[in-house]
Write a protein that binds this ligand. Structure first.
Ligand SMILES: [Zn+2]
Length: 209
């Protein structure tokens, strides 16, 4: 069943704990970018940056497209005829392009997603799409890892889910501590991936293949 369409002019926390507020207009968003250009120390009227607010707002439309998309919708079309297949279904090296919610800086990496089907499977490309939808929001890597596992659990009711994300955060590599080669690994294991160490190890072996 489809969730009721959210009023796109209003923004609020999904769980309703915060009052909704009005989404700014495109012009207001562009004005905010002009303010940030000036804050950086440049003149927003300078020729080279005169069209930058428009480009940034357009880029935001792509980078944060995930707020408009519903992961459960992607996973709603499942297939029951799997000819007795009863082993891991796994996607390796799904591109992760997200932005940290603390600095709005990109974090880039790969996601590995697996589930152990019971009687339902989903089109494999849909798993990658779910990762993309959550990535195209302001995120922490920990939250995103959990959200991917939860979405698959809710939709497919599998025997277990395993998610691993390995990503480099530009707020760490290009500023602050400047740790160029640090990457962050987060994992989430549920069901049989949590209880069966051998299965979990198989997943990790596939990750490291
Ligand atoms: Zn950050």
């Amino acid at each position: 069943m489809d969730a009721p369409a959210r009023d796109r002019t209003l923004i609020g926390s999904e769980d309703g704990t915060l009052e909704p507020f009005k989404r700014p207009t495109r012009e207001e968003a562009m004005e905010a970018v002009r303010t940030l250009i000036a804050w950086a120390g440049d003149d927003p009227r300078r020729e080279g940056v005169i069209d930058t607010p428009k480009r940034v707002v357009d880029a935001y439309g792509e980078w944060f497209e995930g707020y408009k998309l519903d992961p459960s919708k992607e996973l709603s079309r499942t297939f029951e005829d799997v000819q007795g297949y009863d082993d891991i279904v796994m996607l390796r090296e799904i591109e992760v392009e997200s932005h940290c919610e603390h600095h709005m800086a990109p974090f880039l990496g790969k996601a590995y997603v697996a589930y152990m089907p019971t009687n339902r499977v989903v089109g494999i490309s849909k798993l990658a799409k779910v990762v993309e939808i959550f990535a195209r929001r302001l995120q922490t890597q920990e939250t995103m890892t959990q959200q991917i596992a939860d979405a698959i659990t809710d939709s497919l009711r599998p025997a277990g889910v395993a998610v691993l994300i390995d990503a480099a955060h530009q707020c760490m590599t290009t500023r602050g501590v400047h740790h160029r080669h640090v990457s962050t690994i987060t994992t989430q294991f549920t069901g049989v991936f949590k209880t069966d160490a051998t299965l979990r190890q198989r997943f990790l072996d596939f990750v490291n293949r």
